[in-house]
Design a protein around this ligand. Structure first.
Ligand code: F6R
Length: 600
């Protein structure tokens, strides 16, 4: 996600901002910018790329007040114009922002009507124009009035040339803290940006506005000082030993970002701005083909079940590497969906280029804004799960599945899906971040389970229907990060082959929530038990009977069958992570694998 640093004090601001920004680099970013206020020579600097590419040639501005930002694009492509700080019409207000302004399109349309001139596609720019609109000489007042109109999430830091000598900061659902130093104040989105200058911080609460001046600060209410206990290197991973664990734990937040502003509960519909341009064409499609690789392909398989069952659209999933070489019979009324976290996977891109040449509709479901898949497709949906640093995909996967559920609503409700069904899916989808949070509380138990099973070198993962792709992904994760052989198998296929592998040395993870195929899964578990196989069951809370059959049980809350993969994947990711960590594997960078597979 994006990062914010601000400084006000008695020292030149630029080097302090630069070092703070560098401490935020671990979060991932695609562009960065600074504003340093100096009455004589205000300094604004924005670049696309990494700080290290430009560092040799950085100027040395004077000025003891400044703000800086690393951007990870979510609204608007990766361009200098979209990079923060953003400005108002008169270039007097400078603002950096983390979060999403959900109603920015409506606000922007209104502000344009009122005569404001926009220079970027970024949602953040509306904040500058709103503050400009309400500014009457006092910046915090202007900010306060502007924020009353805003829906969404924000952490912001603002400087105005017309009310200088202060930084005004505010937050709602996006972290922001004040660093209280000696004769200096800092603001940052993450403690790692201030830790080298001070350990005394105040974490702002939602809806709070603070004003930082060279020698004092005030917030709307009194707040206690806290001390940061982290070591600097821990701060980069928020105290987690690995990025993979951090990213697993971030899923309540990443899912919330995926869904934010997109669920229209009473209409039982999804609002997907990125598909509006193509809405009419999509209404007429008769078939969907989804193309993806690796973990993204497992998310696609969940999508196949959803889209066929609820949107009534025949759907076929293929991997990029196969699609590009086989000779598929293509339907001219089909749309092609390309799912990719990085948006740069060579095999997925090759298939996309092929389909484009044939003039068929292409859609992207992508995490990285402005990546090749995002640019090359006709339309698409960003999953907004934030940068994923660990090679093993975790939070992007659950966001991809949530996005496919949104797509199911979007397409299904334009076809035959009933309003009540749409409402039900939307309501259940909205609950998923909270349910995931609850499952994550079981991390210590899952760690114990990984300890218990750490000597086994083979695992079977089984599931049926929606839980089959989950089984595939569970196996994929443990192979990838713990170098353990695992098979992801359809429960019903066991007796046709894989049952031959089962004995006391080959445990099975059975995904068996209480759903339409539960009884069938129980039969599969029984087949395994009579062959002395150990079973770890992933079952629905309240199912006590399963304890009589399985050796170990991990419980997940009840949800709609189509959304179960989002929940069931969480313990499987944790199990893989702990298995890898306990075996001493480099879980964040597994051997022979790369985060972005840009070669065939
Ligand atoms: C698994 C994993 C890979 C990727 C695959 C596709 O954890 O990370 O299997 O899922 O290489 O990558 P994207 O989604 O970037 O196209």
């Amino acid at each position: 996600m994006c990062g914010i640093v601000g400084y006000i004090g008695k020292k030149p601001a630029f080097p302090i901002l630069l070092s703070g920004l560098k401490r935020l680099e671990y979060r991932g970013y695609d562009s960065f910018g600074f504003f340093v206020f100096d009455e004589e020579k205000p300094f604004l600097f924005k670049k696309v790329g990494k700080i290290s590419q430009f560092e040799q040639n950085f100027p040395n501005p004077s000025g003891e007040i400044g703000i800086a930002h690393t951007r990870w694009a979510t609204t608007g492509e990766v361009t200098e114009a979209n990079t923060h700080p953003h400005l108002d019409c008169h270039k007097e207000i400078f603002l950096v922002h983390n979060g999403i302004i959900e109603n920015y399109q409506d606000l922007k349309a209104k502000l344009i009507q009122e005569g404001h001139k926009f220079t970027s596609e970024c949602d953040t720019e509306v904040l500058c124009h709103l503050i400009e609109k309400y500014f009457e000489g006092n910046l915090e007042e202007g900010v306060r009035k502007a924020l009353r109109e805003v829906k969404g999430a924000y952490g912001i830091a603002v400087i105005s040339k017309k009310d200088p000598e202060k930084i005004v900061v505010a937050r709602l659902s996006s972290p922001l803290l004040l660093g209280i130093g000696n004769d200096e104040l800092l603001v940052a989105s993450d403690p790692s940006a201030v830790i080298t200058r001070t350990r005394q911080v105040i974490n702002l609460d939602d809806n709070e506005i603070a004003v930082l001046k060279p020698d004092n600060f005030f917030i709307l209410k009194e707040k206690p000082l806290e001390t940061i206990e982290w070591k600097i290197e821990e701060a980069e991973k928020k105290g987690y030993p690995h990025f993979m664990l951090k990213e697993i734990m971030e899923q309540p937040e990443s899912l919330e970002n995926t869904l934010k502003g997109r669920l229209l509960i009473s209409e039982g519909m999804a609002k997907l701005g990125g598909l509006e341009v193509i809405r009419d064409k999509l209404r007429k499609i008769k078939r969907l083909n989804i193309i993806a690789c690796g973990t993204a392909r497992h998310a696609a398989l969940v999508g196949e079940y959803m889209l066929e069952e609820y949107a009534n659209i025949p759907t076929e999933v293929d991997s990029g590497s196969e699609f590009r070489y086989r000779k598929p019979v293509l339907d001219k009324d089909a749309a092609f969906v390309f799912i990719s976290q990085s948006g740069e996977t060579a095999d997925t891109l090759a298939a996309l280029k092929d389909i484009k040449q044939r003039g068929l509709i292409t859609l992207g479901i992508v995490n990285v804004i402005g990546s090749s898949v995002a640019r090359e497709t006709d339309a698409g949906v960003y999953i907004r799960s934030g940068p994923e640093i660990a090679v093993a995909s975790t939070k992007a996967t659950t966001s991809q599945i949530a996005t496919l559920a949104l797509l199911t609503l979007f397409l299904g409700r334009q076809k035959e899906m009933a309003l009540v069904m749409g409402q039900r899916i939307a309501r259940e989808l909205e609950k998923t971040p909270k349910l995931v949070k609850k499952i994550l509380e079981q991390a210590p138990q899952i760690k114990k389970l990984a300890e218990k099973y750490k000597t086994f070198n083979n695992f079977m993962y089984i599931g049926r229907k929606y839980d089959y792709p989950t089984a595939r992904e569970g196996a994929h994760k443990i192979k990838e990060v713990a170098y353990v052989h695992a098979e992801g198998c359809r429960g019903g296929e066991l007796k046709h082959c894989e049952l031959a592998l089962i004995n006391e040395d080959f445990p099975t993870v059975a995904i068996c929530p209480s759903n339409s195929v539960y009884e069938k899964m129980i039969s599969n578990i029984e087949e395994i038990k009579v062959r002395n196989g150990l079973v770890i069951a992933v079952a629905t809370e309240g199912n006590e009977d399963i304890k009589k059959l399985a050796d170990d049980v991990i419980y997940i809350p009840k949800t709609l069958e189509m959304l179960t993969p989002i929940l069931a994947l969480i313990p499987l990711q944790l199990f893989a992570y702990y298995s890898g960590a306990l075996r001493g594997c480099n879980v964040d960078k597994p051997r022979n694998l790369a985060k972005s597979v840009t070669v065939e």
